[in-house]
Write a protein that binds this ligand. Structure first.
Ligand code: DQA
Length: 156
């Protein structure tokens, strides 16, 4: 069975393409979704791609992923910096989590440099624009459905 990755996008990411393109790039969320689906196919992953401007909806979706998804990729957007609820939901579902940001949050305002969500993430990818989503898929592929290697072989 093809493993499913829940790919969540937080508030204002529906505006990508027109929202501060000098920071977030010119690609729309639909462009990113299409690229993720295409890359997912090459990796043997199904992508459940969603966006919400509402914290509670993101929490509901994370909770529902338990037993259904093989891993979660999340760009929590502004909730990264504020939401203990999103963090708690991610900790509760016990799935591998990769956090993504389009921009390099460590190069920006002080309040963006801390992410609550990072505490639940295996790793964080930031600063590579929309390519970060592709990198996150490569990372979660190994975490969610590790390649089956003979016992003695080195990982590629
Ligand atoms: C973001 C960074 C956040 O600080 C910001 O609130 C966003 C997008 C990013 O992808 O770079 O909405 O998560």
């Amino acid at each position: 069975m093809t493993p499913t990755i829940l790919l969540l996008n937080g508030p204002n990411l529906n505006l990508l393409g027109t929202r501060q393109p000098e920071i977030y790039g010119h690609q729309t969320l639909a462009d990113i979704e299409q690229a993720c689906r295409r890359h997912g196919q090459t990796l043997g992953l199904a992508i459940d791609f969603r966006q919400s401007n509402h914290e509670g909806e993101l929490v509901d979706w994370i909770q529902q992923a338990r037993g259904r998804a093989a891993g979660i990729i999340i760009n929590p957007a502004a909730y990264s910096h504020t939401s203990v609820a999103v963090l708690d939901a991610l900790l509760a579902v016990e799935l591998p989590v990769v956090e993504v940001h389009l921009s390099n949050i460590h190069q920006r305002e002080e309040y963006r440099r801390h992410s609550y969500v990072s505490q639940a993430a295996v790793g964080v990818i930031c600063g590579f624009g929309s390519h970060g989503y592709i990198l996150a898929l490569d990372a979660i592929r190994r975490l969610a459905a590790p390649p089956t290697l003979p016992p003695d072989s080195e990982e590629a």
